[in-house]
Design a binder for this molecule. Sequence first.
Ligand code: M6R
Length: 615
Amino acid sequence: MCGIVGAIAEKNIVPVLIDGLLCLEYRGYDSAGLVISNKGLQRIRTTGRVAELAKKVTEHHTNGFAGIAHTRWATHGEPSERNAHPHISGHESRIAVVHNGIIENHEAMRKRLQAEGYQFESETDTEVIVHLIASNLKKTDSLLKAVSMSIAELQGAYAIAVMEEIHPERIVVARNGAPLLLGLGEDGNYAASDASALLKKTRDMIYLEDGDLAELYKDQYQIYQSKEGNLGQAITRPIHHSDLTSDDIDMGPYDHFMQKEIFEQPSAVANTLEMVFNAQSVSPGLFGSAAESIFEQTNGLLILACGTSYHAGLVARYWLETFAGIPCIVEIASEYRYRDPVADAHTLVVGISQSGETADTLAAMNYAKELGHLHSLSICNVAESALIRQTDLRFLTRAGPEIGVASTKAFTTQLASLLLLTIVLAKMRNRLSVEHEAKMIAALRHLPAALQSTLQIEPEAQEWSQQFSEKRHALFLGRGVHYPIAMEGALKLKEISYVHAEAYASGELKHGPLALVDSEMPVVAIAPNDQLLSKLKSNLQEVRARGGELYVFADADTQIEESDNLHVIRLAEHAGILSPILHTIPLQLLAYHVALVKGTDVDKPRNLAKAVTVE
Ligand code: M6R
């Protein structure tokens, strides 16, 4: 979703802005632009890629010591140069703004500003921000105060960066509900939507909080908390030294980030589980110092998440209810936030998110708190994200940066973390013997190696990909804990290859979807050798009897033989509790190779964004 980079330094900052935007490309965008201060504000925008913007910048010999830049993911108004940021207002002292988020009261604000005489050039909600600041700047001589007054009038989520033509020595930034951080460099100061954009310049970052405003100069910065339009006292925020290096966001020898991230899963899971590798048992403290007392009061779980993270929650429900005997509800965050659920104070709310910035998940977590849920836990891959900061308990998946829009290693590390949570809760509820816990921990220790060997099936998945690329639809079937894995497989395929795919619990086939089955509808089945295998086999017979073509991911000890219209890829022997994690790998590989055959943009599929920071 939109990305922001701002820079003010002792030397030309155009390369910093362009490099920063390139690093933010993964978030998803459809146009890009920048404003540089050099004898006035110089604006360049494009509907193409950042590379196109860089070309234009070179052609115009654009350079300067201060600038703000943006990648736009269209929400209000089509992707076009006119709608691309920065937006500019004012005549005598022009102002430029870049914005990430959505301004919900933009229609009312637009009417008011038009009545004041401001002319709108775009259809965006962002343009109201720049005119509003220009309007408020008539009432004060300080850009900082004008921004503070303006954000008090805005409803919605935003991260903004603002420049003023007559004061090129300063950039003002503000955030509320959308990510923004400051980077403190040796030769200048910077701002960006995420740390990856600034790693070539600095690893010293300050993560702004909601309501923060900051003024950046090349050699100093100051942060304020704005309340109802009043600038409070200057405040300090901690400086974090990022562990990331620019190599972490490098593709290395791979062709795509998604491919790299699929193959990084053994090490991502090993990092996430590092603390249990030498332990004989796991303790609640893994989830935070207050975890033991909170878990003691917990009588149920409510998991809130979106997309792939929601699928992780669905898998966890099977584990938590089976092993810990604790009731668990899993809800799509965007649905939960708009219904009237009955809250139980002692149901622990668990937010799962790779980015920790997904607007619907954050809003659903806040809503659960308003409804009376007392405690919350986040499972997240970004240490300084809004989600991690707002929950009582937290577990950081250590997958490393995930750049491909399709979530892969984030999902498997979420599952590994949720298995740890299951073990802890099962123990606390006296549902797990010492021996059983030791067995589960041993299984977790084996997980990285098991993932490594599962990745070996890649050539077989690649062989199947040609057939899928020729189809328009596919059905994915699973049962029990593997049903959410089928959902994840279908999401991966549609997301990156644009082949329409749906997942069903295979017992549901004859209640409707069987009508779709013919030779044009490949049917993928996840067939582990578990207690539901015989049921699944009967469902597969129903498909075969209707002329359907089956593609089965089976365990080595599953008795399913290849024949006409029945293709089998075998994993290792049944992996017990780890099985859903391992069965995810071939589905990721299949989707990846189908996308390659179809020639889609694997890492940046059309219309999608990595961090969905708007509703
Ligand atoms: O950052 P989050 O985990 O909160 O993101 C939620 C979804 O947007 C995300 O999982 C999405 O479904 C993935 N792109 C799917 O691969």
